[in-house]
Every structure is written in structure tokens, then in C-alpha cells.
Ligand binder design. Structure first.
Ligand SMILES: Cc1cc2nc3c(=O)[nH]c(=O)nc-3n(C[C@H](O)[C@H](O)[C@H](O)COP(=O)(O)OP(=O)(O)OC[C@H]3O[C@@H](n4cnc5c(N)ncnc54)[C@H](O)[C@@H]3O)c2cc1C
Length: 430
């Protein structure tokens, strides 16, 4: 391909398609390439998208996008053995405009977002692997595409190639990733009739629910699970630090089996049929682990830029990818219009990111990675919470204790101090 473009986007996940869409809407000549056999074919998510970031890019998304269910109930399940405390954050207002979030299936959702970019004028190619960036001096001026397509020149290259971004490394924007900044997500998609989903999840027709699950179901592993109700499928999985899973020496599929065996989860998916299985890395190092997000002629968006926030209750990845992609498209247009695609000319990207949901979420939750590194969050607390609640609700023949006495029975003075410190930390992190 000897053609040249204003913007070349590598990767057609949510970040890439949002970048291509926003750049094309600015009237730029945009090329987006993805190595998958079809856009979205191999992309993986738990599948709840906090969707308001789409309002600016595709205002009618709630009607046109292939969404599964609007999420009315977000539930936190704190598990200890066969006991569980479930907190239900329900809001009927979330099932109408402006909506808070939807469950989605990435295969369909990614294809739709890429179609929006194509409809705005971007050229979208699948089965196109980008092996490297092309540089002239320190300026990035294009990309090397494997095979007959060859070199493509572009004024601005947007790297949206996901968590392992080899291209950000080749562009000199990041060093090697540290294992302790990465988590592994394993996921299954299970088929279940619509009526069974609505009965088991306690949902009105067409409405959705998302469970975040914590507990010591993985023998000390600091990770959590998720279960999302789709139309006629259930998405279910576990996300846990790579280092913990490596130390556990349990294969990824066994990790999922243990999660599925939790009584409260088993009840939701009984008789469901396995449709898909997948595993993928998640960059969970927070702001500290972010690479440089721009250089001369190049911008980095989405997972490639480390833009993921996991608070235990909410996983924000797709929305941050979309918002950073949108900012990248706008910043490219700004720099090209000004005739300056040097690093300083592309500095608008940093400014836009600073105002975006992505960077503000990473800043607001900057302490979350440290909080979630504390093993006791996943081991001791779930047991403590269930012990306390058990004693509160169980009434025997003898004298019934009040809350303070019950708390004293389960907690030493030192442990109370630990709890107070953790509650404070959680309040500042989540
Ligand atoms: C198990 C799991 C559960 C998750 N749950 C949620 C959730 O519920 N909600 C949420 O918001 N987020 C969730 N996430 C995170 C979310 O999936 C990611 O943050 C999001 O997909 C990032 O989008 P992206 O476009 O940056 O990268 P990706 O979606 O990874 O897309 C990268 C694209 O680049 C392409 N590519 C890579 N290299 C090349 C190359 N050299 N040449 C050409 N193409 C290339 C790939 O084919 C891919 O299409 C979850 C992640 C996992 C693993």
C-alpha cells in the first residue's frame, strides 16, 4: 500500500475504533488496521460497558449499538465458603436515558463501533498485522504492515494495540511491562434461556444485572469474579494478578471451575451451556504504570496506554479505551490543522486526556491498586463480614448480644484499628 493517510490507527478494539471515528468525523483521511480475521473476532471483556462515553461519539448508540441489557442492578457478592453477603445497588433510572451501563458481547460491539468509523469515512482493514512504526529521525511517519500491504505513511499514528502494545515499546514510549502490574482475566460465555436468566437474576424483562464477587475462593489469590446477565447468555469470569495465579499453580480453567462452584454462582448458571472460553491480560498498575502517551507523530490509547481502573466493584476498561480514543482522534486533528505533529504539537492529547473520564478515573482511584494488593481484602474480610452478619441474624435460645458485643467477639482491639485504617483507605481509593 503506497497510499498515505492523515491518521493510521493500529488496533480496532474500542480505543482504535473510537480514535478512527473521531478523527474521521473531523474530516481526516483515516486508516484503521486490525490483525484479527474480523474486527472484534478475538477481543475479550467481561462485558459491562459504562456507556456514557459513547454519547459524544455516537449519540444514538442506545438504539443502534448491539447492546445486550441495560444494567439496572450492580451487585457486590462477598463470599466465604457457602455463605455470602450480597449488596444490591439497584436503580430503575439506569434503564432509561442517559443510561449508566450495558452488558455487551465484544464480537458484536467491536464490529459495530468499527462500522461507525467506516461510515464516517475511515478505511478499515482486518487481517492486517502491523509489525513496526516507521521513523525519520525521531519523528514517527508511518507503520510497517506485514505482507503485500507494506509501508503506510501517516502524519499521526495512533497505537491502540492493546495491553501488550509491542508497538509502544518499539516506538520507545514504554519499557518492559512488570508482571505485578498485570492481571489475567479468564472468561466464559454461557447460553441460558432468557426466562431463566430473568428469574435467577431477579430481573424484569429486558433489564440487566452485573455481579462483582470477592472472597477467598482461590486460596489467598487477590482476585475477583464477575457475572453479567446478557439477553440469552451469561458472561462469567475471574480477574486476578498474574503473579498470584502463577504462584497458585492452578490452570486458568480450574480457576474458573472453583468460581463456578460457589453456591450463589452455581445457582445462577445451573444447566447453562458453554459457548466460548477466553483468557486475556489486563493492565492494572494504575497511573504509575502508564507509558508515555505521546511522542513525535504518535499517540497511545486504551489498554496500550494502561488506561484501566479496577475498583473491585467496577471494571473500567472499555469506557476508558473509548474516551482516550476519542481524545486521540481530536488531538490528531488539532495537530494536523496546526501543521505541527511533533510531540509538542500533539500535546493537546494530554490536555484532553486530563479532562477525560479515563485519566480522572485513574487519578480518583489511584490508591485502588495498592488497596487491592492487600490479601486480607480477599481472605480475612469476606470471612469477617459473613461471621458478623451470621451472628447478627442468627437467634439461638440464649441471650442475644448487641452489635458492639458481636464485633468485640470477632475483632481484637488491634484488628479494629486495622479495619478502621482500611475503611479510611477504601474511602479514599474507591
Ligand atoms: C476477563 C476480562 C474482563 C473485563 N471486563 C471488563 C468490563 O466488564 N468492563 C470494561 O469496561 N472492561 C473490562 N475489561 C477490560 C477491557 O476489555 C479492555 O480495557 C478493553 O478491551 C481495552 O480496549 P482496547 O481497544 O484498548 O484494546 P483491545 O480491546 O485489546 O483491542 C486491541 C486490538 O488491537 C489489535 N492488535 C493488537 N496488536 C496488533 C498489531 N500488531 N497489528 C494490528 N492489530 C493489532 C487486536 O487484534 C485488538 O483488536 C475486561 C478485560 C478482561 C480480560
Amino acid at each position: 500500500m503506497s497510499e498515505s493517510f492523515d491518521v493510521a490507527v493500529v488496533g480496532a478494539g474500542p480505543a482504535g475504533s473510537a480514535a478512527a471515528l473521531s478523527a474521521a468525523k473531523q474530516g481526516l483521511r483515516v486508516l484503521m488496521l486490525d490483525r484479527g480475521e474480523r474486527v472484534g473476532a478475538k477481543n475479550l471483556s467481561g462485558g459491562m460497558i459504562l456507556s456514557r462515553v459513547l454519547e459524544q461519539l455516537a449519540p444514538d448508540y442506545a438504539v443502534t449499538a448491539p447492546l445486550e441489557r441495560p444494567v439496572e442492578h450492580q451487585r457486590l457478592m462477598v463470599v466465604d465458603g457457602d455463605r455470602a453477603l450480597t449488596i444490591d445497588i439497584g436503580n430503575a433510572g439506569f434503564v432509561g436515558p442517559p443510561y449508566n451501563g450495558f452488558t455487551v458481547l465484544r464480537r458484536r460491539f467491536d464490529a459495530w463501533l468499527a462500522e461507525q468509523a467506516a461510515a464516517a469515512g475511515a478505511v478499515v482493514l482486518s487481517e492486517a498485522v502491523v509489525d513496526d512504526v516507521i521513523t525519520e529521525g525521531s519523528q514517527i511517519v508511518g507503520i510497517k504492515v506485514r505482507g503485500p500491504d507494506g509501508d503506510v505513511r501517516a502524519k499521526v499514528v495512533v497505537l491502540a494495540d492493546g495491553v501488550n502494545s509491542l508497538l509502544a515499546k518499539k516506538a520507545g514510549l514504554r519499557g518492559p511491562q512488570q508482571a505485578h502490574d498485570l492481571s489475567l482475566g479468564v472468561k466464559e460465555l454461557l447460553a441460558l434461556p432468557k426466562d431463566a436468566i430473568e428469574a435467577r437474576f431477579g430481573l424484569a424483562p429486558g433489564r440487566g444485572a452485573a455481579y462483582a464477587v470477592i472472597g477467598d475462593f482461590l486460596e489467598g489469590v487477590r482476585g475477583g469474579g464477575f457475572v453479567y446477565a446478557n439477553r440469552e447468555t451469561v458472561s462469567l469470569g475471574v480477574v486476578a494478578p498474574l503473579t498470584d495465579l502463577a504462584a497458585l499453580k492452578v490452570p486458568a480453567d480450574e480457576v474458573l471451575e472453583r468460581f463456578k462452584a460457589i453456591p450463589g454462582i452455581a445457582r445462577l448458571i445451573e444447566g447453562a451451556k458453554l459457548l466460548e472460553y477466553g483468557a486475556h491480560l489486563v493492565p492494572e498498575g494504575g497511573r504509575r504504570a502508564m507509558p508515555r502517551v505521546l511522542g513525535p507523530g504518535v499517540l497511545v490509547a486504551g489498554d496500550a496506554a494502561g488506561l484501566v481502573v479496577n475498583t473491585g466493584l467496577l471494571m473500567m476498561g472499555m469506557n476508558l479505551a473509548i474516551d482516550s480514543g476519542r481524545c486521540a482522534g481530536l488531538a490528531a486533528a488539532h495537530a494536523i490543522a496546526a501543521g505541527d505533529v511533533s510531540a509538542s504539537g500533539l500535546g493537546e492529547y494530554r490536555r484532553l486526556l486530563g479532562q477525560s473520564v479515563g485519566l480522572s478515573a485513574l487519578t480518583a482511584h489511584r490508591r485502588a491498586p495498592d488497596l487491592l494488593r492487600r490479601k486480607r481484602i480477599f481472605t480475612w474480610y469476606p470471612k469477617l463480614v459473613n461471621d458478623l452478619l451470621q451472628d447478627i441474624v442468627a437467634v439461638g435460645p440464649g441471650r442475644k448480644d448487641g452489635l458492639i458485643k458481636i464485633a468485640r467477639r470477632h475483632l481484637s482491639a488491634r484488628q479494629m484499628m486495622t479495619v478502621a485504617a482500611d475503611v479510611l483507605k477504601a474511602a479514599r481509593s474507591l
